[in-house]
Design a protein around this ligand. Structure first.
Ligand SMILES: [Zn+2]
Length: 231
């Protein structure tokens, strides 16, 4: 649930990064990816563009634990397989199978299934005084499509969550027990009638809003947004 703002044009070196010796721009990543000597530079560009967060789950990623992901799978469209506008960076290592379902998450779970390109919808981004338009976040770490959505959009959001298994038990734990618990504990320890208590969540919201590198940023903004009266 990461909004990814793409540049309006390909990065200046994109052609170089996707050129197979001797000087042929590849349009078939599936066949040529092992022959691209500068492919890591393309991956690093995508990681930087996403503030070092997985395009799907918003966990922290770096050059060694991530992979280049085709939003429209390369099996479905070779032409798009090296298009800047179709590529993002996602987590791919350090995943364990969900102890309940035996499933992975993100690219490792979706395989070549088609997903709605939710990460390119502008309303997938929380902005000041307005939370993400599509998702609801729960204290358990679960995310869901916002119930008020029109049915065709709601189906897309639910498909996005389900195909990528974004409610994998580890992801839920990392959101609720990792990212959120420290804040909840700090809130609980404030005196009941303290002035600070009333502005506590607002401060947390602003802190995360201003840190585009914060893991699970959209989850936290949606969850905290509901506490301070944002929809
Ligand atoms: Zn991920």
């Amino acid at each position: 649930m990461q909004f990814i703002k793409k540049q309006t044009t390909e990065p200046i070196d994109w052609n170089v990064w996707f050129t197979v010796p001797p000087d042929r721009r590849t349009f078939n990543y599936g066949t040529d990816c092992s022959s691209l000597p500068r492919i890591r530079e393309a991956k690093q560009f995508l990681i930087d563009e996403q503030h070092s967060l997985c395009a799907y789950c918003q966990q922290k990623i770096d050059i060694d634990n991530s992979s280049i992901e085709h939003v429209t799978p390369k099996e479905h469209n070779k032409e798009l397989s090296t298009s800047y506008f179709n590529l993002v960076a996602v987590c791919n290592k350090n995943q364990v199978k969900d102890h309940l379902t035996g499933k992975f998450h993100c690219d490792r779970e979706r395989g070549s299934n088609i997903i709605p390109p939710v990460i390119f919808y502008s309303n997938t981004k929380s902005v000041a005084n307005k939370t993400n338009f599509y998702f609801t976040a729960y204290a358990s770490g679960e995310i869901a499509a916002k119930p008020s959505l029109e049915i065709t959009i709601r189906n897309q959001i639910e498909a996005f969550i389900n195909i990528l298994n974004l409610n994998h038990s580890t992801l839920k734990d990392n959101r609720a027990k990792g990212a959120l618990r420290g804040m909840t504990a700090a809130y609980s320890s404030l005196p009941d009638k303290s002035h600070k208590k009333s502005i506590f969540w607002r401060k947390q919201y602003d802190r995360i809003l201003n840190n585009q590198f914060h893991p699970f940023r959209e989850y936290l903004l949606v969850y905290i947004g509901s506490k301070i009266g944002l929809n």
